[in-house]
Ligand binder design. Sequence first.
Ligand code: ATP
Length: 510
Amino acid sequence: MFRLPSGVLFSQIVATSRDVGATRSRKVKVGALSEVLTQLEPAEVEPVVAWLSGELRQGRIGIGWRTIADIPATPADVPSVTVSELDGTVTAVAGISGSGSAARRRELLADLFARTTADERDFLLRLLTGDLRQGALEGVMTDAIAAAADLPVEPVRRAFMLSGRLPATAVAAFDGGVDALTAFRLEVGRPVRPMLASPAESLTDAWTELGGDVSVEYKLDGARIQVHRNGDEVRIFTRTLREITGSVPELVELVAGLPCTSAVFDGETLALTDSGRPRPFQETMSRFGAESARDLLLHPYFFDCLHLDGVDLLDAPLEQRLEALERVAPQHRIPGLIRPDSDGAATHFDDALAAGHEGVMVKSLTAPYAAGRRGRAWQKVKPEHTLDLVVLGAEWGYGRRTGYLSNLHLGARDPDGGEPIMVGKTFKGLTDALLQWQTDEFPRHERSRDDHTVYLHPDLVVEIELDGVQVSTRYPGGLALRFARVLRYRPDKTAADADTIDAVRALLPG
Ligand code: ATP
């Protein structure tokens, strides 16, 4: 007799993911996600929220595309794999190690693939290999969790910001409601999502908007670090919360020597030339890789303190957090002025540029640390407009650039988690070295191609300098960049960190 599988089917999750990707409407996305969440058994919540966010509950399990893409299987006609079966198989696969493990993993997965439909298999392949990047979905997912658990959105968002983990946030919301969500605290050793800044039109605008009650700090052109110290143990994380402790021993040693027992610092790190000027961003970033160039020493410049000696400071005003930083690491504070008058702020801005830095940050001294938020409490002031955009494709060059992937198609992030929205093209600013790098690297991110263009998965973020933005019917967002040129690639960012179409629109004149 035909027996109905018990529990939610994996095919429902695949269909939900497809529906969410197919609409631009935030409301429809939240509706689709919350509807599937309400149908779940408690044990299904964690894996499903992870999958819909493009992750596995078990973390990265180290399966390469090559290991599994060619597993032969005729697609099943009728979906039958349940969420709990799939989750169980992934746990089993993750637990296989030692010699012959690749073959044993393949075997387990082959059994599973034999029962999947074509759509399920496609989703699963991308999920297992880490190719299902849905980071931009975070905002809609927190709203969907709140709706499905019938809770206010704010505690859900806060729990996510503090934990950085949507599945754990969802489990807390469903199992323990607001009490469980508010139990998420800053935990020394576990990174929180960094507070972000909004662009300001000018220094005067930022200073005036915040009423002069500000800290004006150099905006260093390095890489963000979040440093956790608990007793003798130091751990260091990047902007995307990736741990890099092992690559940066000089920072670990320095923090271990500070006069405190526990602390969390937020800051920027940078390699310097012999004369003390910042080295190019790429050189700093090269220290974060597995084979890091150890001869370049990194220096930390802290600008915030989220915890000190047992006291959480996330909700304390910036002024108090800076006092904590001053007590414990005065020599490693980023150059900054507290409550400068407008002339003092302007001089600090000029000094920052003269020293080779990007500009300044203007921060409200009364604001708490809004983890994961891009708000007005921190405003960045730079002499030029820049945007971080996603590379959607590249056209083959002509003339001197024949044989190289050159003209880039640039996309802004859809704040509701849809596909990036194209806003322009450029090949300006591309050096010969970058052309070569693009030509070598892009095929690894290829989605499709035609005679002129290689289209890419939206993985790579590039920082673009531009003169402004204009209304245009050429691109789907109704906007086009003016005089865009490539500044550099941003390997520290993912598509989820790229600027949104709203940020592009904000650069329209008037
Ligand atoms: P950008 O692309 O300009 O580096 P971002 O998108 O990484 O910006 P924003 O919030 O826009 O992030 O700008 C803040 C970034 O600037 C931080 O992530 C940090 O790396 C860097 N930074 C440099 N100096 C400071 C500072 N004094 N305070 C805060 N952030 C700083």
